[in-house]
Design a protein around this ligand. Structure first.
Ligand code: NDP
Length: 236
């Protein structure tokens, strides 16, 4: 019987390519997006269901998870939704700090928590979060992004031991720079005291030349597929 994957943030980039990869391998795909009215490609594919989901919305998450798990067994959940902030920490507005924590950390935790009863009753399931190499290493001006991905790494590592006796795998994939819409969705903060150093960093790290070296999202989708199917109870 075909397996089923549930993925967040499937409107673009890694999420969309991953949804298409699993579909091409014969899986049923539940692709969630903030605004499904924008989606024209995934909805055309066989065995793909597109549903609305903002990972900041606990009520919406619970209602979608209740809806899907009442009719189908979910084998794999991919927590992919996320975004970045770059710039001086001192210049980052409070609401942006809250938004990145709310999305990249709490969003992952909310979706995971909502699926745990389902996975416990099945006595299996795989939870994968798209973390980042920025969850292991750091660059200046990405402090908030790193904080969210390092949080996910620590949380996942502990959860591995908690969930293994229940037959549930939880892991992360840690992509390096990848060609997606990520650069366009990054929030750029500013602060006059850091102008010189941030400008230098920005012109090297975020330049077109640097971007031309980024890997394709297919590479990450393949890593996610491997993590979903390798049967290993280890974090990464
Ligand atoms: P994209 O910007 O192309 O995709 C991000 C996805 O997340 C979009 O579908 C976006 O939806 C969605 N999203 C953002 N906020 C929310 C939310 N509150 N609720 C639901 N969905 C949301 O970038 P990527 O594909 O690159 O990013 C995917 C993941 O990969 C992220 O977690 C990112 O941190 C990680 N990553 C990316 C790297 C890169 O270099 N690109 C490197 C390492 C990790 P919408 O269209 O509505 O904005």
């Amino acid at each position: 019987m075909a397996k089923t994957i549930f993925i967040t943030g499937a409107s673009t980039g890694i999420g969309k390519i991953t949804a298409k990869l699993f579909q091409s391998k014969g899986w049923n795909v539940i692709a969630t997006l903030r605004d499904p009215s924008k989606e024209t490609e995934l909805t055309q594919l066989a065995n793909v269901t597109v549903l609305p989901l903002d990972v900041k919305n606990t009520t919406q998450i619970q209602s979608i998870v209740d809806k899907v798990t009442s009719s189908v067994n979910i084998d794999v959940v991919v927590n992919n939704a996320g975004f970045g902030i770059v710039g001086p920490f001192e210049g980052t507005p409070e609401n942006e700090i809250e938004r990145i924590v709310n999305t990249n950390i709490l969003g992952v935790m909310r979706v995971t928590k909502a699926f745990l009863p389902h996975f416990r009753s099945q006595k299996n399931g795989v939870l994968i979060t798209v973390s980042s190499e920025g969850g292991l290493i750091t660059y200046p001006f990405f402090a908030l992004y790193h904080a969210t991905k390092w949080a996910i790494e620590g949380w996942t590592e502990s959860m591995v031991y908690e969930l293994k006796p229940l037959g549930i795998q939880i892991k992360t994939v840690l992509p390096g720079p990848t060609k997606t819409e990520f650069g366009n969705s990054i929030f750029q903060s500013s602060h006059s005291a850091y102008e010189n150093t941030f400008d230098k960093f920005r012109s090297s790290f975020l330049s077109e030349k640097a971007r031309s070296t980024f890997q394709s999202a297919d590479v990450v989708a393949n890593s996610i597929y491997e993590a979903a199917t390798d049967g290993k109870y280890q974090i990464r």
